[in-house]
Design a protein around this ligand. Sequence first.
Ligand SMILES: [Zn+2]
Ligand SMILES: [Zn+2]
Length: 307
Amino acid sequence: MTEAEALEKKQHKSSNGNVPPEATTREDAFDHTYKEKEGPKPPRIIVWKNVILMTLLHIGAVYGVFLIPSASPLTLLWCTLKITHGTDLQAHNICNLCLNFNLQNDIFEWARDHRVHHKYSETDADPHNAVRGFFFAHIGWLLVRKHPDVIEKGCKLELSDLLADKVPSVLLMCFFIPMIVPWYLWGESLWVAYFIPALLRYTLVLNATWLVNSAAHMWGNRPYDKNINPRENKFVTFSAIGEGFHNYHHTFPYDYATSEFGCKLNLTTCFIDFMCFLGLAKDRKRVSRELVMARIQRTGDGSHRSG
Ligand SMILES: [Zn+2]
Ligand SMILES: [Zn+2]
């Protein structure tokens, strides 16, 4: 074991930032022992219900774009209130966040899929395996039955910490509140409020989040670990307000900031810091600078820039 590896092992055991190490989930650490099964791949089974729902959602969102000129400026401002990162934090159990405005499907299933994604990235057991192409990693994985290995490995994960989290209903937070607030507070029509703050906003947020699974697994550099597929992707960092530091995130999944640079280009981290300031979030975990530098030296692709 090299000096840098020893340092990383020691630091991971003794200090992850502000909280004791036992609070860190290890179900998101990459599992090098998993091997894909030999032989032909199982057939692709299309889930037509999801295909129809996703098609309708995207048609509704496109219609919402045409309604933008008739929306009040306050409604458009309201649409910019979006938070992608909360679900990721919950998946890694790296920050107890009380507010969550962007719940996707069932939060428990999402978090389980996300942990399997970290643990078996770019294999058959990864729900949105980017090796199967951009479309599959972006949205296609939601339109077909899961690969049997995703189900098998997902069932074996320890998820009791997620069961303890109480989260509000998806329909309420993703559709009802975004629609009712503009109608009730500043008299927006329910038609516009349904198609823009509810459907269009939700579709944009979904696609921005999916870019983390697709684009950030394909294009960008790998300053922290050149041996894994996830990359640092500036476009995704911008669109998913901070989630594009994906090489960092897969290298250190237990860091709440998902980036070496804290709040820089990372509005979500600023939001969590603010929630902590208000007392609505706690237990943020962070990786030490010393550990990050050691890892860059050991496994980085040489593209690292400080700041
Ligand atoms: Zn993650
Ligand atoms: Zn990823």
